[in-house]
Design a binder for this molecule. Structure first.
Ligand code: FPP
Length: 263
C-alpha cells in the first residue's frame, strides 16, 4: 500500500474541484480562435491558484483536459498541450514561491515525452510546498481511474481506504487526497463529465453561467461562502439544536447584484 504523503503535510482546508468550462465560447464572442480562449483560461488559473489559500482552500483540483478531449480537432489539442507545457514550465517557480505543490493526475501513457518531462520537473520543483496542493487533471477520466484501481486490487475484498490508495496510484498521485468538498463548474452546463466521481461522493455542487476566462477570485470567494451556508448531512438528519443548525444568512441586495449566480 502506498504511504500517503498528504497525511504528513499540513494542507488544511477545503478540497475544491473546478470544471473550467467556457473558454471556446469566450473566444468566439470576441471573434477569436478557441486557442485564444484557452490562453485566457490559463491566466484565470494563475489568478485562482493565487487566491485559493486565502479562502481556506487546501486542495484545488482543476479539470484541464479530459480523456474525451482527445476527440477535439488536432489543432486545438496541439495548442492545449503546448499551453500545459508552457504553464508547467513558467509556473513551477511561482507555485513553489506561493507554497503550492503541483501534481498532475491522470493517464501519462498518451502524453508526449517532453510534456511528461515538464510534469516531472514541476512536481519535483514544488514537492516541498504544503500551503496548497494544486492538482491538474490531464488526460483524466474518473471512470478510467476507477477501472485502473480495480485492476490493481489484490485478491479478496478491500476497504475504501485501501481502494483510495490504489486509485491514487492508478492516476500518478502521491497519495489519496481527502474527499472533495465542493465542485464548481463554470460555463453554464450542469454535469460532472467524468470528473472525480469517487472522490465527490458527498461533494456540494455549484454551477455558474460565468465563462472560465471571466471567473475571478471574487467569484471563487462567493462560491466558498455559498458552500459554507450549505448543511452537509452525509446521509444523516439535520442537527437538532438551533446552535448547531444556524439559519441561513439572507443575501443583501448589494451582494445579489454582484453575485456570480450559482445554481
Ligand atoms: C473547456 O472549455 C476547457 C478545456 C477543455 C480546457 C481547459 C484548459 C484551460 C482552462 C487552460 C489552461 C489550463 C491550465 C491548467 C494551464 P471549452 O473549450 O469546452 O469551452 P466551450 O464549452 O465554450 O467550447
Amino acid at each position: 500500500m502506498i504511504q500517503s504523503t498528504l497525511q504528513k503535510t499540513r494542507l488544511p482546508g477545503l478540497h475544491v474541484g473546478i470544471i473550467m468550462d467556457g473558454n471556446g465560447r469566450w473566444a468566439a464572442a470576441r471573434g477569436k480562435a478557441r486557442s485564444h480562449g484557452h490562453r485566457a483560461g490559463a491566466r484565470t488559473v494563475r489568478r485562482i491558484v493565487e487566491a485559493a489559500p486565502e479562502l481556506g482552500i487546501g486542495i484545488l483540483t482543476l479539470y484541464a483536459f479530459s480523456s474525451d478531449n482527445w476527440t477535439r480537432p488536432p489543432d486545438e489539442v496541439r495548442s492545449l498541450m503546448r499551453l500545459f507545457k508552457a504553464y508547467l514550465r513558467s509556473q513551477a517557480e511561482d507555485c513553489a514561491r506561493q507554497g503550492a505543490r503541483l501534481e498532475v493526475i491522470g493517464r501519462r501513457d498518451r502524453l508526449a515525452p517532453p510534456l511528461i518531462r515538464e510534469i516531472e520537473a514541476a512536481e519535483a520543483r514544488t514537492g516541498g510546498s504544503d500551503r496548497l496542493l494544486l492538482r491538474v487533471a490531464l488526460d483524466y477520466s474518473a471512470r478510467h481511474a476507477i477501472l485502473a484501481a480495480a485492476a490493481l486490487r489484490p485478491d479478496g475484498p478491500i476497504g475504501r481506504r485501501a481502494f483510495a490508495d490504489l486509485l491514487a496510484r492508478g492516476m500518478h498521485s502521491a497519495g489519496p487526497a481527502p474527499d472533495v468538498d465542493l465542485v464548481i463548474r463554470t460555463g453554464g452546463e450542469r454535469r460532472l463529465s467524468d470528473f472525480l466521481l469517487w472522490e465527490s461522493a458527498y461533494a456540494e455542487l455549484l454551477f455558474t453561467e460565468r465563462l472560465w476566462p471571466d471567473f475571478t477570485s471574487a467569484d471563487l470567494e462567493e462560491a466558498v461562502q455559498e458552500y459554507r451556508k450549505r448543511e452537509r448531512r452525509f446521509g444523516g438528519v439535520p442537527a437538532a439544536t438551533p446552535e448547531a443548525n444556524p439559519v441561513r444568512t439572507r443575501r443583501t441586495r448589494h451582494q445579489t447584484a454582484h453575485a456570480c449566480q450559482y445554481f
